[in-house]
Design a binder for this molecule. Sequence first.
Ligand SMILES: C[S@@+](CC[C@H](N)C(=O)[O-])C[C@H]1O[C@@H](n2cnc3c(N)ncnc32)[C@H](O)[C@@H]1O
Length: 279
Amino acid sequence: MDISEALESAAKTLQTSGVAEAVREAKSLLAFALNSNQTFLIAHAEYELSVEEEKRFRDFITRRARREPFQYIVGKQEFYNLDFAVTPDVLIPRPETELIVAAAIEITKGNARFCEVGIGSGCISVSILHAVKTASAIGLDISEKALKVARENAETHLVAKRLELKSSDVFENLPAEKFDFIVSNPPYIPGEDVKNLQAEVRDYEPPAALTDGKDGLSIVRKIIADAPHFLKAGGFLLMEIGINQETKVREMFDEKNWREIKILPDLQNIPRTIKARIR
Ligand SMILES: C[S@@+](CC[C@H](N)C(=O)[O-])C[C@H]1O[C@@H](n2cnc3c(N)ncnc32)[C@H](O)[C@@H]1O
């Protein structure tokens, strides 16, 4: 089987399975199976795949046709211009979450110290620490397996010495400390909405990274209620929220404790990141 035959048959298989960008993904997976790149595929359409290469490619296509996310097959996702290792133990970083990073970098001064609740792959904290070399952080997650992935990404991007990782249910195991800011992209999808998510997300991403199994707001509520204990005066909370949660989340901020409560829109103009300041 040569490259053009392999691509044609794989694209058909992916299309039949409901993968939207079947041709593009078939090309990317073939390049990955051959340890090569797209230019090689175009320039060598008649290249005959070895038995081993064909087997690797077929295996990737079978997995993708079962709707396993592309990123778990190739083991990485780009976020804020850095490559992050991803495994099925962590949420695949989403482009809208880059908004938290940009907002955090804007408020980071000097030796800023921050905390992240639900660090997952580490994409938020590692990107901030990579951009601001004087900052340091503590990353929390309820999943030990996610913390291992965060550690790996922190090491890859040379920020591990400035990032402490701790297993914790929200702030439970966090020693008393006041931070300059807190960041979080908590699991905010209501439990009953999970069944309607696309197969890649519903069947493969870690349930605890998607939902609290309740109304989607229980962890958001906990973070807003407890953050005042962990913020310096004038410190910020930057947190991603879900579609249609804006009004309910605004109401969770007690004006006695908080000021300058803003909701930043993402590139699709969806209210996405809450930015609030402690008094
Ligand atoms: C939406 S994912 C975000 C991961 C990563 N920060 C990102 O933005 O891609 C939520 C993360 O919160 C963690 N998590 C869920 N419940 C938690 C809890 N009660 N306390 C701490 N972390 C929790 C999950 O394990 C998951 O890694």
